[in-house]
Write a protein that binds this ligand. Sequence first.
Ligand code: NAD
Length: 307
Amino acid sequence: MTTTVAFIGLGHMGGPMAANLVAAGHRVLGHDLVESALAKAVANGVEAAGSAAEAAAVADVVITMLPAGRHVLSLYGQGLLAAARPGTLFVDCSTIDVADSRAAHAAAEEAGHRSLDAPVSGGVVGAEAGTLTFMAGGEEAAFARAEPLLSVMGRKAVHCGGAGAGQAAKICNNMILGVSMIAVSEAFVLAESLGLSDQALYDVASAASGQCWALTVNCPVPGPVPTSPANRDYRPGFAAPLMAKDLGLAANALRSGGIDAQLGLKAAELYERFAEGAGAEQDFSGIVRAIRAASSKSTAPQEGTTA
Ligand code: NAD
């Protein structure tokens, strides 16, 4: 069945997601503030709408793929919800704060619409290939209605629970990933200082209880896993600023929930610093270089001191 979709936010992720919907035979009206993003989507068969509200007015489903919660909430508040026909399904695929997501759900429902949060993992490669994983939150009926579209843009969609549950799943997963990447990176730097080769540590830990995705898929040192970003000078992959963003969202939720998650909070702090400096353009596994650099500084003999 052909669905008319309003797609708002046609950037790195939204552009290819919208193109996949068009390729599957859906009518997609798109909007983005950046002219070049809109032009690229139009070249892939998306119809340019004059505004987000204009697209929403004729849509069965409105999908947003925006940088942060403030963009979603301000669009919802500035006429997007009001322009849509009653009963329109709003699917927010952006990664945003759990509290913002719940506020977006409430606003959509108050305006007489259905609502789903459906953040993704899989990155730009997954968006282009249509192999994303969606983590969804909202009513069962909203999930069921969105599923045919999610299955075009992704390979897997998990209904995680009520409003905001998709965002909650995303930040919990990425907190595990951020903390484990730092742990794996620290272990490699320690091994190097103890005279243990990267390959020897990999051979042991990958077959022992240190095994994890950060080690065996996205290994932060070049060599043991030839496909990991470390082998191409840490070109992303999953860019460090995106990890910093997700850990920042996790940190907000940890603080407001009063959770004693010391490693999660520390990982957020370390990734924020890394992403603002050397890591701005690197894969998140590049944090191993920051750890190595800071270690050599602190262990090097200080001028004017005696051992
Ligand atoms: P992006 O910056 O490339 O795209 C966002 C787009 O939204 C931009 O083109 C921007 O112009 C547009 N936009 C902002 N405000 C708008 C408005 N009011 N009206 C219309 N358009 C507006 O970002 P992205 O990499 O595509 O990421 C989008 C979301 O997906 C983010 O929440 C991000 O955290 C999440 N995400 C990204 C990745 C990734 O690998 N890039 C992976 C998983 C999740």
